[in-house]
Write a protein that binds this ligand. Structure first.
Ligand code: ADP
Ligand code: ADP
Length: 238
């Protein structure tokens, strides 16, 4: 599944007679099928806004996002925002776990919303918790876990709905350097194992270079693509 971001423009109406904020000014790029693309740029350049548009959480003022199957067919799952919602899952910087739900019930939340029965939920929950190395803490609450573990729960929760496309918004930025380094390695392994198409937002150039095949650089203002860089030195796995 390929993602085509085509001329996406987003203006935030800031209200009370103030000028609208132009967050994205006609951004275009592609994320190839099974690719790991990093979206890099300074704070405020529109990265989170772009991810929200791709996820179908926000409608662009102009332009569109298309999800395309390998043969060139548009993906089933609807047009516009519906496609993003049906095909993608998001991992957030601040984890966004439900504090009163166990780790297991956090991971299976998306399945519950989709009406998946409890037996199948539990099975999927176990599978994805094991995939991120957290099989033994399924009944804990998020507050009992370290930051790195919380983000592993966030990743398992995103994978559990079996999205075609995985979107990550600064997923390692709230973690300490050591945990970040560990999780970087694990993310690469997960990506290889699952073959997901990944769009990864970060302001960290080392993270972008380490993780991705291709880096799309957004300029500070207005939100436009400044450069596209194919990471030339390859990952450690190569
Ligand atoms: P980044 O993720 O790269 O830090 P954002 O997408 O969060 O950038 O923001 C892009 C621009 O849009 C910034 O100038 C920000 O202040 C502005 N912005 C983001 N959200 C809103 C909002 N809800 N209302 C008004 N302006 C916003
Ligand atoms: P990691 O990213 O490997 O989880 P962290 O810094 O997040 O690294 O955590 C360090 C280690 O501390 C974890 O691998 C885990 O073994 C242990 N740990 C922290 N909190 C708990 C907990 N509540 N229950 C079990 N083990 C824990």
């Amino acid at each position: 599944m390929r993602i085509e971001v085509d001329g996406v423009r987003v203006e935030y109406a800031s209200g009370r007679g103030r000028e609208p904020v132009l967050a994205l000014d006609g951004v275009s790029f592609e994320v190839g099928s099974g690719a790991f693309v990093a979206l890099l740029g300074p704070s405020g350049c529109g990265k989170s806004t772009l991810l929200a548009v791709v996820a179908g959480l926000m409608a662009p003022s102009a332009g569109e996002v298309r999800f395309v199957e390998e043969g060139g067919r548009p993906a089933a799952g609807g047009d516009g925002m519906g496609a993003g919602q049906a095909l993608s899952a998001v991992v957030f910087q601040e984890f966004a776990l439900f504090p009163w739900r166990t780790v297991m019930d956090n991971v299976t939340f998306g399945l519950e919303v989709r009406g998946v029965g409890s037996g199948a939920r539990r099975e999927a929950g176990r599978r994805y918790l094991e995939m991120v190395g957290l099989g033994s803490v399924a009944q804990r609450l998020p507050a009992e876990l370290s930051g790195g573990m919380k983000q592993r729960v966030g990743i398992a929760r995103a994978l559990a709905v079996e999205p075609r496309v995985l979107l990550m918004d600064e997923p390692l930025s709230a973690l300490d350097a050591q945990t970040r380094a560990l999780l970087q390695q694990d993310l690469l392994q997960l990506w290889e194992r699952t073959g997901k198409t990944v769009l990864y937002v970060t302001h960290n150039i080392e993270e972008a270079a380490f993780l991705s095949d291709r880096v799309v650089v957004l300029s500070r203002r207005p939100g436009r693509v400044k450069a596209e860089v194919v990471v030339p030195f390859g990952r450690p796995r190569d």
